[in-house]
Design a protein around this ligand. Structure first.
Ligand code: AHM
Ligand code: MG
Length: 336
């Protein structure tokens, strides 16, 4: 049995010590998120055993049917972050408005300095089918000085993120995060209840032969998008074509596979959805931060995701993300 390992908490503390000015709040905050995700993981694993599957019958702010596990995951994250006291606002894909939080500390050094955005259960249409789903999170420093956070605190460009990550609830539970110094991956050991480091400083291959897209939407795309997909399916040994298609329908799962083996994930605009389907604040920004830290690229087809100025919490954005050369090639087609 292995006797040497690094837990997630040990890793973030090690990173924190590189910053003598750090108060320890970001480490605590990340630990709060990890704890919430361990509880979500437990519930996801036993979802088939208890009566938590199925629709609640309510619609969420995106107009989609909400499932019970989404509601649970949302509540556990909100409660964990509220109790932690490090956050002045939380923004969730499942909540119409941001939730402002009071400062629970009198000590100024320990002020509620952060804002957290999350998609509590991404890929929720896959829950009932026992297919991988996940949680995505993103952390910013507040702009405002004190008190509960305001809208400007919540609508910051992705380049302002101080940390981001995701958890995949799959054959095992994996946590991947960046705090701006590389991307690190951990696996949950359920017997000890800890995330253990399995991959430090993850890098995405520069070029791949894999694409992830909902090709059923082909007839709704513009010509450039259609030509790109036609192109990567044509055989050409030298450039690795035809590409393989891999699409789970859970962004976290598709993204995680592409991060490990290389690949491009695209959710483009189409004639019905001019800004695609995915959300800038909850999905695109955190994954863009991670992919760039891993040496990859993320754009909306012509602009860097991380530089887009958000206008509303739930705004959608076309997403081209993954191996650098593949994203650049796709951009040429959609802009040509
Ligand atoms: P969700 O956050 O409501 O689960 O929706 C986002 C999901 C992504 O995980 C996935 O990539 C995409 O929607 C799949 O959409 P589609 O079914 O249109 O291919
Ligand atoms: Mg989602």
């Amino acid at each position: 049995m292995k006797t040497k390992f690094t837990t997630f908490y040990r890793h973030i503390i090690k990173e924190e010590r590189k910053h003598p000015e750090a108060t320890g709040q970001l480490s605590d905050l990340l630990a709060d998120i990890a704890l919430a995700c361990k509880i979500i993981s437990l519930e996801v694993n036993r979802a088939g055993l208890v009566d938590v599957l199925g629709f609640t019958g309510e619609k969420n702010v995106q107009g989609e049917m909400v499932k019970k596990l989404d509601v649970f995951a949302n509540e556990i994250l909100v409660n964990s972050l509220t109790a932690g006291g490090h956050v002045c606002a939380v923004c969730s894909e499942e909540e119409e408005h941001f939730i402002p939080l009071k400062d629970v500390y009198a000590n100024r050094l320990l002020q509620n300095r952060y804002v957290v955005h999350f998609d509590p259960l991404d890929g929720s249409s896959n829950i009932d089918a026992n297919i991988s789903i996940g949680t995505i999170f993103s952390i910013y420093k507040r702009f405002s000085e004190s008190g509960p956070g305001n809208e400007a605190d919540c609508l910051q460009q992705g380049i302002k993120q101080v940390a981001a990550g995701y958890v995949v609830y799959g054959s095992s539970t994996i946590l991947v995060y960046t705090a701006g110094r590389g991307v690190h991956g951990f696996t949950l050991d359920p017997s000890v209840g800890e995330f253990l480091l399995f991959h430090e400083d993850m890098k995405i291959p520069k070029k791949s032969s894999t694409y992830s897209i909902n090709e059923g939407n082909y007839c709704k795309w513009d010509k450039g998008m259609q030509k790109y997909i036609d192109f990567i399916k044509q055989p050409d040994k030298g450039s690795g074509r035809p590409y393989s298609s891999r699409y789970v329908g859970s962004l976290v799962a598709d993204f995680h596979r592409n991060l490990l083996y290389g690949g491009i994930f695209i959710y483009p605009s189409d004639e019905k959805n001019k800004n695609g389907k995915l959300r800038l604040m909850y999905e695109a920004n955190p994954l863009a931060f991670i992919v760039e830290q891993a040496g990859g690229r993320a754009t909306n087809g012509n602009q860097r995701i991380l530089e887009l100025q958000p206008e509303s919490l739930h705004q959608r954005v076309p997403l081209f993300i993954g191996s650098e050369d593949d994203v650049k090639l796709a951009e040429k087609f959609v802009n040509g």
